[in-house]
Design a protein around this ligand. Sequence first.
Ligand code: IPM
Ligand code: MN
Length: 326
Amino acid sequence: MGHRVAIIEGDGIGPEVIAQGLRVVEALGVPLETIGFDLGGRRYLATGEVLPDEVLEQLRAYDAIYLGAIGTPEVPPGVLERGLLLKLRFGLDLYVNLRPFRGGGLDCVVIRENTEGTYAGEGGFLRKGTPFEIATQGSVNTRMGVERCVRFAFELARSRERRHVTLVHKTNVLTFAGDLWQRTFDEVAAEHPDVATGYDHIDAACIHMVERPGRYDVVVTDNLFGDILTDLAGAVAGGIGLAASANLNPARSGPSLFEPVHGSAPDIAGTGRANPLAAISSAALLLDWIGAPGAATKITSAVAAVVAAGVTGSTEEVADAVIERL
Ligand code: IPM
Ligand code: MN
């Protein structure tokens, strides 16, 4: 039997794009044993359950998780994001969110810290609903959490031709968190004299990403900056329909999770118009991680050829075009 992969199709266009990603993997002959998990808006609306602890425990036994998209308009914001996606990221210690971008002058990988920062959920209300209401939302940055992420970025840069890492933060204003990030970055950099380094403030990085995309090789940044910067990078590189991501547990103490960056797009769900390329590229990241780099490279090259050829069509037709070029 092949690698055991848990499939969370999720909501909206999730099932459609995941089906095409799995078709591409099958066309390559990589043996995967896939088991579906019914999680997402549908299950929540039917049962009130988001991600029961027993299900999280079951998922630990898999080699990888392949996820489509989570979210439906009927579920209030935060329920599925925190209760499912972030619970998976935190619970499985998926501390690196790796997002590669090729196109529009970009050839870079953003390493987004994935378990801390403002996403950690520190904060709360005081006197809620009164004119004296206070809401705080803290940013949690641990030395260990920052360092493991920065180390990952430097090791990744070593495997790339340019061997360059840029720290993106806002050290001029976030002087506590920024100081920890900058000091950690400098210390890890000193251990990697073969890797060149740079620093950009997040606001400036947004300009460079658009006007000087060739500036970046590996970018390392905190959770929220990485969230925003990777949507921008996706738009620059050809649209969010192409952007793939890997939520990694580099310690390999459990499965990593692979998902397109885009959401569930309920407005086009079921119309056969969803672009499957982000999901297909996420499958390539999955294969690379579980030890099938040859198959991963074939998919990445085929996707690049499909994009270069300007192929358009239905979800299935675009996947067909990838399969033809494998
Ligand atoms: C992403 C998404 C998520 C995030 C949401 C859905 C919680 O935008 O993966 O980038 O903010 O991390
Ligand atoms: Mn996002």
